[in-house]
Design a protein around this ligand. Structure first.
Ligand SMILES: Cc1ncc(COP(=O)(O)O)c(C=O)c1O
Length: 393
């Protein structure tokens, strides 16, 4: 098989001649799977790839999608989950038990931080310490005898700080601590953390992989058989089962991932550079910009940038932000991202940081730059910033 990413995106996981020549792997629905003999039934081990003993473990549609994600990450295997958050939960519950300690990046996706660490893991007797995303190899000083996992997300949610992934992974390998990364911003196309020493790579496939804002799905990909068996066994035990229709949509969306991301990046850079010149803007939080503090790390490890970034506005009342956002015509206001369309939300990073202090007074908004004409997006934002300015003064 080639190592050219565009070719892998087009071909991985598709086996037309095993499916009557059909190009895109079809949807197999199943709960019950039957076997011709008792021996067949009893020897199917429940840790399958191209076969399963019961529908909860997946159908050929699930396996085709998992195979494609695995190929892009150059991993051993992937487990699909019903959402990105389920993939994070399933992975951390595979690795952690009562009495263990987790090192969690301070800039993690809010539900990872609040719902998973703050509620589920806490009530299970798993302690979390949050760490500065800029820590690099200094993570060594925070590792305790009961630390089992270091969790990364790079760039961070809402504030987009880059992490030195190979440095952190190197320390963890040397100390026997597992690493897990939320790679959703990059998608499997722009960054492959397993090749930098990370053990588990999570994608909220809901975002760029599906790419059309119409389904929920998550994945966790690993480099070894041992990790796969542990992950799959935990997913089966908890009862996580990704819907075949959603795996079909994800495998379908995946085929255009590279061309979509190229355009997301081009449009996002255009809009981000325009924003830098506007008087209402304090900072643009986007590692693809040359002046961003994470730019060098991003350039070193990533083959491109996606279309999601943050903007810090000059100090103003909430009503001024509402005046800006409420009147936008092309930017929908919605909690997700990664689809073909532009989105905006107000963001509040300060209360979500404990290891670091968010330094800005002004309000923050998160923009997802879609595939529309960037001139139209800029026009929409310009009118929004004018409304912000009038409401401020
Ligand atoms: C960075 C990141 N990780 C994970 C998730 C969770 O994915 P899902 O919404 O599919 O549960 C999200 C969703 O917004 C996200 O932004």
């Amino acid at each position: 098989m080639t190592n050219k990413r565009d070719t892998i995106i087009c071909h991985a996981g598709r086996h037309p001649h095993e499916n009557h020549g059909v190009v895109n792997p079809p949807v197999y629905h199943a709960s019950t799977i039957t076997f011709p003999t008792m021996e067949d039934f009893e020897t199917r081990d429940g840790l399958p790839y191209q076969s399963a003993k019961y529908g909860r473990s997946g159908t050929p549609t699930t396996f085709a999608f998992e195979e494609a994600i695995t190929a892009l990450h150059q991993g051993f295997r992937t487990v699909a989950y019903p959402s990105g958050l389920a993939a994070i939960t399933g992975t951390l519950l595979t690795l952690l038990e009562n009495g263990d300690h987790l090192l969690m990046v301070d800039t993690a996706y809010a539900p990872t931080r609040k719902r998973l660490c703050g509620w589920l893991l806490a009530r299970t007797g798993i302690e979390t310490t949050f760490y500065d995303p800029a820590i690099g190899a200094g993570i060594r000083d925070l590792i305790q005898p009961n630390t089992k996992v270091v969790y990364l997300e790079s760039p961070g949610s809402l504030t987009f700080e880059m992490q030195d992934v190979p440095a952190i992974a190197g320390v963890c390998r040397a100390t026997g601590v597992s690493t897990v990364i939320d790679n959703t911003w990059s998608s499997p196309h722009l960054f492959q953390p397993l090749t930098h020493g990370v053990d588990f790579v999570i994608e909220a496939a809901t975002k760029y992989v599906i790419g059309h804002s119409d389904a929920m799905l998550g994945t966790s990909t690993v480099a070894t058989k041992k990790h796969y068996q542990a992950l799959k066994s935990a997913a089966n035990s908890i009862g996580f089962s990704a819907a075949p229709d959603d795996c079909y949509l994800a495998a379908r969306g995946l085929r255009t991932l590279s061309v979509r991301l190229e355009r997301h990046q081009k449009n996002a850079l255009r809009v981000a550079e325009w924003l830098l010149g506007q008087s209402q803007i304090e900072r643009v939080l986007y590692p693809a910009l040359p002046d961003d503090p994470g730019h060098e790390l991003w350039k070193r490890d990533h083959s491109g940038a996606s279309g999601l970034f943050g903007v810090v506005l000059k100090p103003a009342a909430k009503s001024a932000v509402a005046a800006m956002l409420d009147g936008l015509e092309l930017f929908g206001m919605g909690a997700s991202w990664g689809g073909f369309e532009s989105l905006v939300i107000p963001a509040y990073p300060a209360p979500l940081r404990t290891a670091t202090k968010w330094p800005y007074e002004g309000p923050t908004v998160r923009l997802h730059i879609g595939l529309e004409d960037p001139d139209d997006l800029i026009k929409d934002l310009k009118a929004g910033l004018d409304r912000f300015e009038s409401a401020r003064s």
